[in-house]
Design a protein around this ligand. Structure first.
Ligand code: AMP
Ligand code: ZN
Length: 467
């Protein structure tokens, strides 16, 4: 049984997908007005853990993550630099994909971009106008929250004291100022616009996710995620737009992760207290240690970022690597023992049981580290056989299919200085320093490692025993 805390009901619920064995998942993606910071990545990594766990539990997951490439912030950024919106966002879209790859975020099935789905948004807005949920004012179209009595059901705000004549134009605003919000913003001098059946203008942020989620996942789907700051107004407005339009429930389970904070304050661009992955890599942090750090606190708890915590995360990942190294580098007597099969079974049950209980990562990690501790004692006592070592190593890699904090298996068996050398050669090649790249290749060859450049990246082959 899998349980999730559903923001909509305010409690833990047993998870049942609409189609047995399949999960349709929508996660709000980046607004590409800047580099994503690791607070944003806390959200994307929680979603990645959720998705990998559902897959581990046997579900087929269809995952859609949008790219918000037109909204108040992207337009402002492009304007400030005097470049086109497309030109401005391209760099951040590319950086986002680079960062997700480094953090081993499993790719979504679709990454729809808002600017490529304007007709879908216009269709939705026209439908809302036809049904009387929306109205036009000065060329903009607004959603009338008074027409949707369930408005507030996700964020639990009360709308009975609100004045329905008030309107808000901005994409982001506080709960206290819940008002009719813009679905479509009339063309403004100097802003990008689209000429459409509802007039010239551009979409509001919220309608983008309503249009793109239903296009790829249908009018009702299983899970929708984001950070807690998305609950209001973004997700509240998505529900209003989508349910008013379709007449059906929009999403069955709403999962929200809490913030990454620094010194008691939410990490955010506007507060200037943020770190990007680039910032941390410059300080020699390994993306997979950052991944571990961001995953290892339960998603509904606030996580305080410190460099000490990052060091601890690094040490934890190293413990797993050291364990694998022991298993793979020692020679054990032939055979296997039933006690190891039992230990693995118990660990698997605890791991699945933990994550199945609203993604309780602490229970899952404790199970893994207990296994390592017990198996290390057995290694010391010379009670491990070759078959056990293989089963244990395969099992740890299987769990890493969910955690994704270990380097690819091939690299794991290489000494760190060799991995670093291979990376340095890659960097040299990217910087077109071919002389240096060649020199490193020769050095590696002398150490017994032959490199091969393939279309999937560099591969290595050991010509003699390494390490
Ligand atoms: P944005 O690009 O601002 O739309 O944010 C992308 C995602 O990151 C959203 O799901 C936000 O809720 C989430 N997010 C933003 N800041 C933080 C933070 N400090 N901690 C956790 N999640 C965050
Ligand atoms: Zn969204």
């Amino acid at each position: 049984m899998i349980q999730f805390f559903n923001t909509l009901s305010g409690g833990k619920e047993t998870f049942r997908s609409i189609v047995p064995g399949e999960v349709k998942l929508y996660t709000c993606g980046p607004t590409v007005y800047d580099y994503a910071h690791i607070g944003n990545f806390r959200a994307y990594l929680f979603e990645d853990l959720l998705k990998r766990f559902l897959q581990f539990a046997g579900y087929r997951v269809s995952h859609v993550m949008n790219i918000t490439d037109v909204d108040d912030k992207t337009i402002k950024g492009a304007e400030a630099q005097g470049v086109s919106l497309e030109h401005y966002t391209a760099k951040f879209i590319q950086a986002f994909f680079e960062d997700t790859r480094l953090l081993r975020v499993a790719p979504a099935d679709h990454y729809p971009r808002a600017t490529e789905h304007i007709p879908d948004m216009v269709r939705l807005i026209r439908g809302l106008l036809d049904k009387g949920y929306a109205y036009v004012k000065d060329g903009s179209v607004y959603f009338s929250i008074a027409k949707f009595p369930e408005y507030g059901k996700l964020s639990k705000i009360r709308t009975d004291e609100l004045q329905s004549t008030e309107r808000v134009e901005d994409d982001e605003y506080e709960k206290e100022s819940a008002q009719d919000f813009a679905l479509w913003k009339a063309r403004k001098e100097g802003e990008p616009f689209w000429d459409t059946a509802i007039g010239p203008g551009r979409p509001g942020w919220h309608i983008e996710c309503s249009a793109m989620s239903s296009k790829y996942l249908g009018e009702t789907f299983d899970i929708h995620c984001g950070g807690v700051d998305n609950i209001f107004p973004h997700h509240e407005n998505e529900i209003a737009q989508s349910e008013a339009y379709s007449g059906h429930p929009f999403v069955n389970y709403w999962l929200h992760c809490h913030h990454l904070i620094v010194n008691g304050e939410k990490m955010s661009k506007s507060k200037g207290n943020h770190f990007t992955l680039r910032d941390l890599r410059q300080k020699q942090a390994d993306p997979l240690d950052i991944r571990f750090l961001l995953l290892s606190t339960h998603y509904r708890k606030v996580l305080n970022f410190t460099f000490e915590a990052l060091d601890q995360a690094k040490a934890s990942v190293q413990r797993i690597k050291d364990f694998l190294y022991e298993l793979e580098s020692r020679s054990f007597p032939a055979g296997d023992s039933p006690s190891i099969t039992k230990l693995i079974q118990e660990t698997q049950e605890k791991f699945i049981g933990g994550l199945g209980d609203d993604l309780n990562i602490s229970v899952a990690l404790t199970a893994l580290f207990e296994l390592i501790k017990k198996a290390n004692i057995l290694i010391m006592e010379e009670k491990i056989r070759a078959g056990d070592a293989e089963t244990l190593s395969a099992f740890v890699y299987r769990l890493d299919g969910v955690l994704a904090v270990l380097p690819a298996k091939q690299e794991a068996s290489l000494p760190e200085e060799v991995v670093k050398k291979i990376e340095r050669r890659e960097e040299a090649r990217r910087a077109k320093q071919y002389g240096l790249a060649d020199q490193i290749r020769k050095e590696l060859l002398q150490a017994g490692i032959a490199l091969e450049d393939t279309k999937d990246g560099v591969r290595w082959k050991a010509l003699k025993k390494i390490g």
